[in-house]
Design a protein around this ligand. Sequence first.
Ligand SMILES: [Zn+2]
Length: 115
Amino acid sequence: MEWTETRVDQLRQLWGDGLTASQIAEKLGGVSRNAVIGKAHRLGLSSRPSPIKRKMIPLAAVSERMCQWPIGDPGDPEFHFCGKPALHGRPYCEDHCTAAYRKKSENSTQAAANR
Ligand SMILES: [Zn+2]
C-alpha cells in the first residue's frame, strides 16, 4: 500500500470531515488504522480536536452563564435550575437577582422599617 497523492487527498478530506482513523482506514482500503494515524501525524493533521472536547467546551461555557436559581425542591424529580441567561458577573438572571436581593432585605426588619 502506497500513499499516492489521491490517497493523501482523501485522507486530508476524511480527516477534516471528522472521521475516526479506523473509519478512514476502512474507506481508503488496504491500510491499517495505525498507518492512517502515522500519515496524518506526518501531514500535521493530528492536532485536530477530538469530537468530545469540541462538545465539552461550549457546554461548560454555557452553564457558567446560566441562572443557577433552584426551582422546586432538591429532592423532587422536577427540580431544576432556572437556566435563563445570567447577568454579567452574577449567578442569576435579572428576575432572580431581584428576588435574591428582595429576600435579603425582607430578612432585615430594620431595612424594611427605614423605607
Ligand atoms: Zn433565573
